[in-house]
Ligand binder design. Structure first.
Ligand SMILES: *Cc1c(COP(=O)(O)O)cnc(C)c1O
Length: 233
């Protein structure tokens, strides 16, 4: 089981590197976030020999238990990629190395306040809802500039870029325009603010190669590494 997970991880890493080279990008500019949500700490530990490894979780509570269970293992860092509820912001600020899913001023304030108390600086991405009306997470494109400006006023928050979860489309090529749109939004925001926003978190198991071709610096891959998820655990 552990060997299979490591094998999957290496294969995904190779495909990322190839996608990066196809578009003349440095493969080292793309970080693979192994999305371990619903999988036990044991599966996370299977990746420890390949450290440094970045894990992605979408629930604060579930992540807390795994972070605790793996705390003796060097080389693991933890990114929050799922929607964050306001009442979990303090805990998130304590637990995570990076938060990809910040989408409101209220969350920025709460994370910032807790990080100031902790004496730490938290790197974050702003999540944008690009073209998926179904999804309730992510700020609108209209809200984005003001939210980004606000983030820069908080000393304990470091805004590093943008994240999006485009609609799921069977044909990964059909997702390309959404990835491109996020990159263009980032480029414009960067120009407007005169601030570097190097990171783009986009692409999942079935479309990460297209995302890398369009400029992703974080791809969030779960199923293709750990296997199918059962939510009935
Ligand atoms: C679960 C999840 C992923 C990974 O999805 P897979 O299709 O399993 O690769 C990526 N991003 C977010 C926000 C997720 O919740």
């Amino acid at each position: 089981m552990g060997e299979e997970i490591r094998q999957n991880y290496r294969e995904i890493r190779t495909r990322i590197d190839q996608a990066a080279r196809r578009t003349d990008r440095d493969p080292r500019s793309v970080t693979l976030v192994a999305v371990s949500k619903t999988f036990p700490a044991e599966d996370v530990l299977a990746l420890a020999p390949l450290a440094p490894v970045v894990l992605g979780e979408n629930r604060v509570q579930e992540a807390a238990a795994k972070i605790e269970a793996t705390s003796g293992t060097p080389g693991l860092s933890w990114h929050l990629i799922g929607h964050l509820q306001a009442n979990k912001a303090n805990r998130a600020a304590e637990l995570f190395d990076f938060v990809h899913s910040v989408d409101s001023q209220d969350l920025l304030v709460r994370l910032g306040r807790r990080c100031t108390q902790l004496g730490r600086r938290l790197p974050i991405l702003l999540e944008v809802n690009i073209g998926d009306e179904e999804s309730k997470s992510g700020c609108t494109e209209t809200e984005l500039p003001a939210l980004a400006e606000f983030a820069t006023t908080l000393g304990s928050i470091e805004i590093r870029g943008l994240m999006a979860i485009p609609p799921y489309l069977e044909d990964s090529e059909a997702v390309r325009p959404y990835f491109r749109r996020l990159r263009e939004l980032r480029d414009r925001l960067q120009d407007r603010m005169g601030l570097p926003l190097p990171e783009l978190s986009m692409g999942m198991s079935h479309d990460f190669e297209v995302a890398v071709e369009e400029g992703a610096t974080f791809v969030r891959v779960g199923t293709a590494i750990f296997g199918g998820r059962s939510y009935l655990r």
